[in-house]
Structures are given as structure tokens and as C-alpha cells.
Design a protein around this ligand. Structure first.
Ligand code: TXE
Length: 474
């Protein structure tokens, strides 16, 4: 059984949960300890005790730990990428790419530890100076989803540590293996006891106990809207950062390069089995290119090789779990009932191993008001909305409660520029898939997608530090 990490010690529990491979449910990768309320409270106390000294540690010390951890992650990226793909179901090249990216994130924040600055400002009053500095927040609770088992934990843990905070980390139940490996690497890289605590276990117990505990100063969360709402409700007025998914539009205009548009829809909507918060799930297509685009994309989807995530040549792995598969199928069925046309996919696929394989699905003839265009599916499913012109496309793109990412494929500078300005989303892509972002710039959305300061890049400091303003008279 893989233990919890509390106060610098590895701790076994009486309960454990199996980590099942979604490509092959007969393959139980490992068993992980399940924390309860008592272990959660012990971990929070350990973080509380460790926070003051860690907050006073030197930038060099924090840099070296993150650097060493990043180096190890990079050196072991093939093995860790394989573990990630085995437990989450994204194909091996995607698993290895994510492990590499997690290492790059650790390296970036190793640098951020050294780049911390303050401001010294002359006062408007004679003789007085004003200093603006940033201090650690204290203890940060980190709650992560299953779809990026290494990258999301890395982009929350690394800035938390770089800016001098102690961490209580609760990964998603479905992907404890990657989380454990990351915590083990950071622990061996020299994180002092109590500065990083790992609690594997159920969200409704461990996560809830974290939300309820005032000894945690800040919570950063990525996951569903429902759980995000719980986090917000548990901490009214508190320091909370929420990333909760999207219903991201990809607009395809008549003047788009057809090959590029099809590639963007395929990559943005279906790579990583469509299980990305930035996935382009609504394809908004103008009349002149609609039929050619749909036909080309449907052919590409029907030919996509779906199978075991670790099998060579497979282009799309399984859905992550039975629950998620049921949810995807229910969405597809509802879209049909509401008047959508199933152009391709929609069926569960049989392979040599028992896994949650779903054919990539394209639903055409949909309207913005249909459920398929309002709720996040979080699977290999995209819907097509046919529109008259650019103005109608922009209106449809913004007709959603979400606002994470919005994309457009066009060769018109005028429309691209207008879309960049008017899309109601935190991130905009021109002639690029909506999913796939850089690790050194901010990430985050608007409207119902996000709450609080942006994650990643230099902007990460907004959430992980408190500003202090000190006045000094001679
Ligand atoms: O999410 P949850 P799940 C969406 C997607 C998916 C659905 C459910 O539609 O089908 O959410 O996925 C922890 N207090 N996204 O069940 O429950 C939980 O243990 C505190 C979109 O995985 O939100 C996990 O660590 N924490 C999203 C984390 O919250 C609690 C990515 C997220 O789990 C808790 C993932 C509680 N009461 C899912 N209950 C995106 N768009 O990026 C659970 N948790």
C-alpha cells in the first residue's frame, strides 16, 4: 500500500483503495492509503507548524528543492508518463508530454523563487518611505482533479512552495499514483517535514475536512462546478481560487484554412479523450464551409484509432471511469432527444481488454439552447452549431455560462482581431486548438469557469502571496 505523507513521515492507514487502469479494469496498478478526518487534521497541524520556518527560508533553498524535483521528474518522464497514462487513460505520448510539462513547471517556479521582488516608493509626505513586499499566505490547501494528474498538482504545488507556503495536497481519487510519485520526488528533493503533506482519500471526507478547517489559509481547487460551489460556500470571503471547466467554442469561418480548422477541432475536442477543461466542445461553423468541415471532421473521427492508452499507434484512449462513461452517454442520448443528429460515434467500443472505450462523437444540427451546448460533457463529444455569419458566430460563442477559452479559425485579420477583443473568455486562440497552453504565462477563465486570481506564470504570485505595505519615517 502506498502511504500518506504527513509531517515528513510516510503513514499507512487501515483502509486502502485500488488504483484501476481505465484501459483494462483487470489491471489494478496499486493500492493507496485512504486518509480520514483524523489524518487530515494531523496533516493540517503539521503544515501549520512548518509554515513559519518555511516562510522564512531563503529563496535559494526553495529554488534548489524545486530544481532538484524538476530534474528528477524530467529524467524519469518516460516512466512517470507511463504510470500517468496507465491510471488516467490518455495515450502514452500525451502522458510523457504531461510529465515533461510538470518538470518544466517545477523549473519555472524554481526560478520564480529567486525572482521575488518588492517596491520602494517615496511617500507623498516628506521624509517617509513606503515599502511594498509580498509575504507567504501560510498554509495552502490544494484539491486537484483527475484529468491532469501531474501537471495540475505541479502548477499549484510549485508556486505554493516557491512563495514560502506549506501545503496540504489532496489529489483526485482516480489518479493517486501520479500524485504519490510527485510528492515522493518533492519529499526526497528536500522539502522539510510538514511543508508538503499528501492525503489520498475521498473528496467528501478529506476535501471537505480541509474546507472546514480554519487552519488552512487558502484553497486552490480545480474540478467540477458542483464541488467548486461547495468550496466557495465553505469559505465565504476567503482566499479561494477555483477552476471549473468550460463549454469552449471553436468558431470556423468560411475563409478558414479547412485542414487547419479540422486539425483544431480534432486536437481541441478529442485529444486526451476530450477530457480537458479547455476542450472545444462547441463547433460554431458558418454556412459556406459547414458541410465540407463536418464531412472532413466526421471522416477523421471515424478513422481515429481508439484503444488501450499504452498500445502503440492508438490515437485516443478510454474515458476515465464507468461514471464518466455513463455521463457521456447520457449527454449524447439527451442531445439526440433534443433534436441533434448523431453524425458519427455515440457507441461504446469493445477492445481486447475491458476498458471504458467510447467512439469519438460528433453531433450536428444543434442549437445554442440545447443541453449539449450548455453543460460540460467532459468526454470525446463535440456538437456543431451552424450559423449565418461572423456576427452570429460571435453571439453563439458567447452564449454560455462558461468563459474559459474561445477559439476561431479564420484568415481574416479583421475577424480575428474582433474575436480576440469580444470573446467572453479568459483565453483566446486564433488558428489554434482551444486546448494546449504555455506553462510560463497565466491560465484561467471568466464567468462560471473561474474564480480568483489566474494560475501559473508570474501571475501565480497573486494567489500565493499577501501584499504588505510598510511606511517608515526617519
Ligand atoms: O470532480 P470533483 P469529479 C467535471 C467533469 C466531470 C465532473 C466530475 O464534468 O465529469 O467534473 O468529476 C474533490 N470537498 N470536471 O468527480 O468531484 C475530489 O476528490 C472538497 C471538470 O472528479 O469536482 C477531487 O480531488 N473536495 C474539471 C476534486 O474535488 C471535494 C476536471 C475534483 O473532483 C469534495 C475534473 C468536497 N465535498 C472534473 N468532493 C475541469 N473542467 O477541469 C470532491 N472533492
Amino acid at each position: 500500500m502506498k502511504p500518506l505523507l504527513i509531517g515528513g513521515d510516510w503513514l499507512r492507514t487501515s483502509h486502502g483503495a485500488g488504483n484501476v487502469n481505465p484501459s483494462d479494469t483487470a489491471d489494478v496498478i496499486d493500492t493507496h492509503a485512504e486518509a480520514g478526518i483524523a489524518e487530515t487534521q494531523t496533516a493540517i497541524a503539521a503544515a501549520r507548524d512548518a509554515a513559519p520556518a518555511w516562510g522564512r527560508s531563503t529563496p535559494q533553498e526553495r529554488h534548489d528543492i524545486l530544481r532538484r524535483a524538476g530534474d528528477e521528474l524530467l529524467a524519469r518522464r518516460e516512466k512517470l508518463g507511463r504510470l500517468l497514462s496507465r491510471e488516467e487513460g490518455k495515450i502514452l505520448p500525451e502522458g510523457i508530454a504531461e510529465a515533461t510539462r510538470a518538470a518544466q513547471i517545477l523549473h519555472f517556479f524554481a526560478g520564480e523563487a529567486l525572482r521575488q521582488t518588492g517596491e520602494l516608493i517615496p511617500s507623498v509626505r516628506p521624509g517617509i518611505t513606503v515599502e511594498i513586499t509580498r509575504e507567504p499566505v501560510g498554509v495552502v490547501g490544494i484539491i486537484t482533479p483527475w484529468n491532469f494528474p501531474l501537471a495540475i498538482p505541479a502548477w499549484k504545488i510549485a508556486p505554493a512552495l516557491a512563495f514560502g507556503n506549506a501545503v496540504v495536497f489532496k489529489p483526485a481519487e482516480l489518479v493517486p499514483g501520479s500524485a504519490w510519485a510527485l510528492a515522493d520526488i518533492l519529499h526526497r528533493a528536500g522539502t522539510p517535514p510538514g511543508v508538503l503533506n499528501l492525503l489520498t482519500g475521498p473528496g467528501r471526507v478529506v476535501g471537505q475536512a480541509m474546507l472546514d478547517d480554519p487552519r488552512i489559509d487558502a484553497i486552490t481547487f480545480t474540478g467540477s462546478q458542483a464541488t467548486g460551489a461547495r468550496v466557495a460556500a465553505a469559505r465565504p470571503g476567503g482566499r479561494v481560487q477555483l477552476e471549473m471547466g468550460g463549454k469552449n467554442p471553436l468558431v470556423v469561418l468560411d475563409d478558414a484554412d479547412l485542414d487547419r480548422a479540422v486539425h483544431c477541432a480534432l486536437d481541441g475536442g478529442f485529444f486526451s479523450t476530450g477530457q480537458r477543461c479547455t476542450a472545444s466542445s462547441r463547433l460554431i461553423v458558418t454556412e459556406g464551409i459547414h458541410d465540407r468541415f463536418v464531412s472532413r471532421l466526421a471522416d477523421r473521427l471515424a478513422a481515429l484509432k481508439v484503444g488501450h492508452a499504452l498500445e502503440e499507434g492508438v490515437e485516443m484512449g478510454p474515458v476515465v471511469s464507468q461514471d464518466q462513461l455513463d455521463q457521456d452517454l447520457a449527454h449524447i442520448e439527451r442531445a439526440r432527444r433534443e433534436g441533434g443528429h448523431l453524425r458519427t460515434g455515440g457507441e461504446v467500443l469493445r477492445r481486447q481488454t475491458r476498458g471504458y472505450f467510447l467512439a469519438p462523437t460528433l453531433i450536428t444540427g444543434t442549437e445554442p439552447a440545447m443541453t449539449i451546448n450548455r453543460e460540460e460533457v467532459f468526454g470525446p463529444v463535440a456538437s456543431v452549431i451552424r450559423v449565418r455569419d461572423y456576427d452570429a458566430a460571435l453571439a453563439a460563442a458567447n452564449d454560455t455560462p462558461f468563459g474559459l477559452c474561445a477559439g476561431i479559425c479564420t484568415t481574416s485579420l479583421k475577424h480575428a482581431s474582433d474575436f480576440k477583443r469580444k470573446a467572453e473568455a479568459g483565453m483566446v486562440m486564433v488558428n489554434l486548438p482551444t486546448a494546449g497552453v504555455d506553462y510560463h504565462v497565466p491560465f484561467g477563465g471568466r464567468k462560471a469557469s473561474s474564480h480568483g486570481p489566474k494560475e501559473q506564470g508570474t501571475h501565480a504570485r497573486e494567489f500565493f502571496t499577501e501584499t504588505k505595505i510598510a511606511y517608515t519615517a526617519p
